[in-house]
Design a binder for this molecule. Structure first.
Ligand SMILES: Cc1ncc(COP(=O)(O)O)c(C=O)c1O
Length: 339
């Protein structure tokens, strides 16, 4: 039972998670575009397995550490949709590639050369900046040059990726997809086969997933949707809550919960309390959440347990080593967070 949990504890609403999982999986059934969901959002192998069971063709991730965890659990089709650099990471990736089915994104010839120096035919995708202004080559011409460098160095060129971020409009998403499609065309015109074109997030999966030339989608947040992303992503219900205990109360003014920045991210805005309209979270410090009492009759007592809606899931999950899967007030499953 929830009453027995030590707080703060991260709760996962099983009904909402399963509905989100099924909604995304249903979209891809019978389509040529596939889903290779991102691991970084939930960092949970049990959830990755459910995504695979629902039709995903593999798992995307952000770091070598995540890829290592996935490999340790025998997860197939790992895509590291992010850059690595430096001798330590190059060595780690080469070791991982010996024991797992893993493909890495690159955007710089120096990394291709460093990988090639070890004479092991690793699998690579060229990352294209489709508007996020983060990693990725800047043009189709650069993508072509890097693909040629990969092939010339004896490595395996598999295709392209481009993550457009939390795009808010169809036009912005289509503009991003057009950049990827343009890269694909240029490579093919130059005789380079493109097996994979990976793109799309939880807010853009429908547009990216139907765009000609895109072969797979790397959405991840949908399965553990938070209230920040949920505000622009109405297809998926919020899934995460933090259970906390009232540890102090100043009558008529405020109460304090045993949950702060060490268990809950406030980076993208302050979270809201669940079912507590008479109170509003004002501030998070390391170990405390300070809540203003707006309605003096709000029934709150020291020792009460209160749920907070998680506003930024990625950075909150990262603070925990497990999530408690809850249905109708009972814990059905404990999900380990790894990577
Ligand atoms: C490169 C990359 N791909 C995919 C994702 C997952 O997309 P979303 O959060 O929109 O589901 C992210 C971020 O979360 C990302 O950084």
């Amino acid at each position: 039972m929830l009453d027995a949990l030590e707080t703060p504890a991260l709760l996962l609403d099983l009904d909402a998670m399963e509905a989100n999982l099924e909604k995304m999986a249903a979209f891809f059934r019978g389509r040529t575009t596939a889903l290779r969901p991102h691991y970084k959002n939930h960092k949970c192998v049990a959830l990755a397995r459910r995504q695979l069971a629902a039709g995903a063709i593999g798992v995307t991730c952000a770091t070598l550490r995540e890829a290592g965890v996935l490999a340790d659990h025998g997860i197939p089709g790992i895509l590291i949709a992010n850059e690595i650099a430096g001798a330590v990471k190059i060595r780690q990736f080469l070791d991982l590639a010996q024991r797992a089915d893993v493909t890495l994104a690159v955007d710089h010839p120096d990394v291709v050369r460093a990988l090639a120096a070890h004479r092991s035919p690793v699998k690579l995708l060229v990352d294209v900046d489709v508007g996020l202004d983060r990693c990725g080559v800047a043009s189709a011409g650069e993508a072509l040059r890097l693909a040629r460098e990969i092939i010339g160095a004896g490595l395996i060129f598999r295709g392209l990726m481009g993550y457009e971020g939390r795009i808010k409009s169809r036009e912005a998403c289509e503009a991003a997809m057009a950049r990827l499609a343009g890269c694909r065309s240029l490579l093919e015109q130059n005789g380079i086969p493109v097996e994979i074109v990976s793109a799309g997030g939880s807010g853009s999966y429908k547009i990216a997933g139907q765009y000609p030339g895109i072969t797979e989608i790397q959405a991840g947040s949908y399965v553990v949707m938070d209230t920040d992303y949920g505000a622009i992503c109405p297809d998926f219900a919020p899934v995460l809550r933090l259970l906390a205990t009232v540890i102090s109360k100043t009558e008529g003014r405020r109460f304090v919960l045993d949950a702060g920045l060490k268990s809950l991210s406030g980076e993208r805005g302050l979270p809201m309390l669940k079912d507590m309209p008479g109170a509003r979270l004002r501030k998070l410090s390391a170990e405390h959440a300070i809540v203003d009492i707006l309605d003096a009759s709000a029934p709150v007592h020291v020792g009460d347990r209160i749920e907070i809606r998680v506003h930024y899931g990625d950075a909150t999950i990262n603070l925990h080593d497990r999530m408690y899967g809850v249905r109708r007030g009972c814990i059905e499953e404990v999900f380990a967070i790894e990577g």
